[in-house]
Design a protein. Sequence first.
Length: 135
Amino acid sequence: KIPRFAVRSANYLYLSIPGGMGDVLGIQSDSREMPFYRAGYADAVSTTRIKLPATTAAVHLLPEDMIWQLPSSLGVLQFTTEIVEEDGRPVELAIRRSIKMNPAVVPPEAYPTLLEMSRQLNHPNTRTLLIELAE
């Protein structure tokens, strides 16, 4: 539980979702001449629940739902976001992130795809919320 972790500006709250996926892919360079090797398995699920203020009017910005198939059978990343409503108003957000990764060898020609996925995973739009409050 993290009380008061949003920034308020007029009728809006901005916040970053804690516990993102970060550098789960292990990308360390912009290019590769040799294959990228991942030795182990990873299977993790993270669910973050955010209770919204009673004065919440709308949620304008939140991570998009997505399912990514990683190249070379490396695995799958999935993000889902649910807005829980009561009496027609949003009261809670449930953000679920899951990863299933396998040992794999990604050839150099598939590395740009992996690099772009890593960049998108680390982009602020995967962890930023914008909530409008009623006046």
